[in-house]
Design a protein around this ligand. Structure first.
Ligand code: ADP
Ligand code: MG
Length: 334
């Protein structure tokens, strides 16, 4: 879905530059989202070269996972739902496999086969009324990660039922950020940050030696940061924000669907997850919307190296065990 530019206030990055190595920035629109790429390099020429490498990589991933592009591997899988298994690249096979692992640990809250619901719920402003209970019921029958059949030997993916679909809306941007980071590290780039509309991964330090920083917005004053975090060689992903909801009859619906009910999740305004990889953080941030704050925190507390901060509908802040807030500005704490 198209993402309003306002989301970028969700994560605000401190900019800084030093004498020798400099930070070079580039903004591009990809996967329907804004990507901010920053690399630290010794010259503008090198900086631009690295930025181009990242752009090419992000575009390559979009081609692989897009369900809009009818020639993508993902579209082939969807097209053959209920018909036959489709042989795919190892990269896509592995991504689907990992997505299913996340479904398992989240007890089905995260489910790439949510995608058949895209025909029912539209969050791009074109929906004029809430879909009927019957339409939702019919559509949700096609959702279920257990019906995504992977065959390791043949490297095939088969969606068991006609009308089933997979989509990477909740994990793709995180995956792209990880892959761009990995590639740049392999090219010897000593520091950088890839921010895919609030899904970011970084490595190294800024030119002045400081860590990269991410801020969580203060729910009571959206122009202010509630707390800053140093982020060192890790990913931070925020799902949802104050703009990405639709209202019907005064009720607020998010664009994240509960795969069990077929209805959009509510109760949470934003979920920020810290993890070694943006892919996992992205998937978990989405899952938290469906699981709710307390189940979400319980899960995150069991995962090593993963932390989260959740803001609920009542502007209350919930956090996992390892979170330490700095410079807290007035807000309700749960
Ligand atoms: P954001 O765009 O705020 O970063 P997310 O990463 O949470 O959002 O992804 C939301 C997108 O994920 C939705 O627009 C939809 O494409 C897809 N999606 C919705 N519900 C689910 C779900 N339960 N599991 C997996 N993907 C989902
Ligand atoms: Mg996500």
């Amino acid at each position: 879905m198209k993402i309003p530019f306002l989301i970028f206030f969700q994560i605000i990055l401190i900019q800084s530059v030093s004498a020798q190595d400099k930070k070079y920035d580039h903004v591009l629109k990809q996967m329907g989202s804004r990507f901010d790429i920053s690399v630290v390099a010794s010259s503008e020429e090198k900086g631009n070269k690295y930025i181009d490498i990242a752009i090419t990589e992000i575009k390559r991933i979009e081609k692989l996972i897009s369900s809009w592009d009818k020639h993508s591997e993902t579209s082939k899988i969807n097209h053959n739902a209920g018909i036959k298994p489709v042989k795919v690249s190892k990269e896509l096979f592995d991504l689907i496999n990992r997505s299913i692992q996340v479904s398992k640990i989240t007890n089905g809250a995260f489910d790439i086969s949510y995608a058949s619901m895209d025909e029912i719920w539209k969050f791009d402003g074109t929906m004029t009324e809430i879909p009927s209970a019957e339409a939702i019921k019919k559509s949700v029958e096609k959702v279920g990660y257990k019906n995504i059949i992977l065959n390791d030997n043949d490297q095939t993916v088969f969606l068991k039922h006609k009308g089933m679909k997979i989509g990477f809306g909740a994990i793709g941007k995180g995956y792209a950020a990880d892959k761009a980071k990995k590639l740049l590290q392999e090219k010897g780039v000593r520091a950088g940050l890839i921010n895919a509309s609030g899904d970011l991964n970084c490595w190294g330090k800024q030119p002045d030696g400081q860590s990269w920083k991410a801020g969580i917005i203060n729910p009571l004053n959206k122009n202010k940061i509630y707390s800053w975090f140093d982020i060192d060689n890790q990913a931070v992903v925020t799902s949802g924000n104050y703009e990405k909801f639709i209202y019907f009859d005064g009720k607020r619906y998010s664009h994240i669907i509960n795969p069990k009910t077929g209805y959009p999740a509510n109760g949470i305004v934003s979920a920020t997850v810290f993890a070694p990889k943006a892919e996992l953080a992205d998937a978990l941030a989405t899952s938290i919307f469906v699981m709710g704050a307390s189940v979400g925190i319980d899960l995150i507390n069991q995962l090593k190296g993963v932390e989260c901060v959740i803001i609920d509908d009542n502007n209350r802040i919930h956090n996992s065990k390892g979170i330490q807030f700095k410079n807290i500005i007035n807000s309700k704490k749960n």
